[in-house]
Design a protein around this ligand. Structure first.
Ligand SMILES: [Zn+2]
Length: 267
């Protein structure tokens, strides 16, 4: 039986490709690492949503956020009050779109070594060696360095018509899959529908949002908290992976919720 894995990426506005980390898309860098008002609203909206059910959520954290005291305080509080439900994975050091740049295994390895050690030190027992590629940019060459950094699960493949190029120039998602297989890196691909993306930004981009809402209505039962790690790390266990952003929770004046029916969330 397939189960749903709920995952949330902790990008602030300054991290997104428009501002940072991409060779051609990043045009207006934001230098300050202060949290944006939107991100703050997102953190509080997420907290309210989390309190409305008892299912586990994995937060993919960008290591450079841990240089910000306000975010550390928020995350600490979140971890303390939700010990059995929150797990923390790695969303890179500073949200660089790695597969959009020329291959550089040693720089990537260095950056993930630093990111995982910073995040693991902070999250302690709630840390999991699980990775999500910043902005979904994941090339086959990134697999080996990830494994060398101790990563056991990757959740970056987004095999849809609109995100084909994110596996890097001249590559395909099938190649990423094959290298993961060879290197024993468990792959938890993002859910798609009719070959279209239905996670993250697609949740609020018309007409993908319509497709996303329909697909999310039919999600399988959410993994129970006590089974999460065992299921995610069992490569034979079928898992449906969905994700959204902390920033999404700032939408609709803070009342935005992921389109998961209550019947599934409170099952
Ligand atoms: Zn991200």
């Amino acid at each position: 039986m397939t189960v749903t894995w709920l995952t949330v990426d902790c990008d602030d506005i300054r991290h997104i490709p428009k501002h940072q980390g991409h060779p051609t898309r990043s045009k207006t860098p934001i230098a300050s690492n202060d949290l944006s008002a939107k991100f703050r609203a997102g953190l509080s909206g997420f907290q309210t949503w989390l309190a409305s059910h008892d299912k586990p959520v994995t937060l993919f954290v960008i290591a450079d956020l841990l240089e910000n005291r306000e975010f550390c305080d928020w995350l600490n509080d979140m971890m303390m009050h939700n010990q059995s439900r929150i797990t923390i994975g790695c969303h890179g050091l500073n949200h660089k779109s790695w597969s959009a740049w020329p291959e550089d295994s040693s720089l990537f390895r260095e950056s993930i070594t630093q990111a995982t050690s910073t995040i693991a030190k902070f999250a302690k027992t709630l840390y999991r060696p699980w990775f999500r590629a910043p902005a979904g940019y994941m090339a086959p060459w990134m697999v080996k360095p990830l494994v060398q950094c101790g990563i056991t699960v990757d959740s970056s493949i987004n095999d849809s018509l609109l995100t084909r190029t994110k596996s890097g120039r001249g590559n395909s998602w099938q190649q990423v899959r094959e290298v993961c297989d060879q290197e024993n890196l468990i792959q938890r691909e993002w859910l798609t529908k009719w070959n279209m993306p239905i996670n993250g930004p697609a949740l609020s981009m018309f007409p993908l949002s319509i497709l996303a809402k329909r697909a999310w209505k039919k999600l399988p039962e959410v993994i129970q908290a006590e089974q999460l790690t065992q299921i995610i790390e069992d490569k034979h266990a079928p898992v449906t992976t969905v994700y959204w952003h902390i920033l999404d929770h700032a939408r609709q004046r803070g009342s935005w919720r992921p389109p998961i029916p209550n019947s599934i969330l409170n099952h």
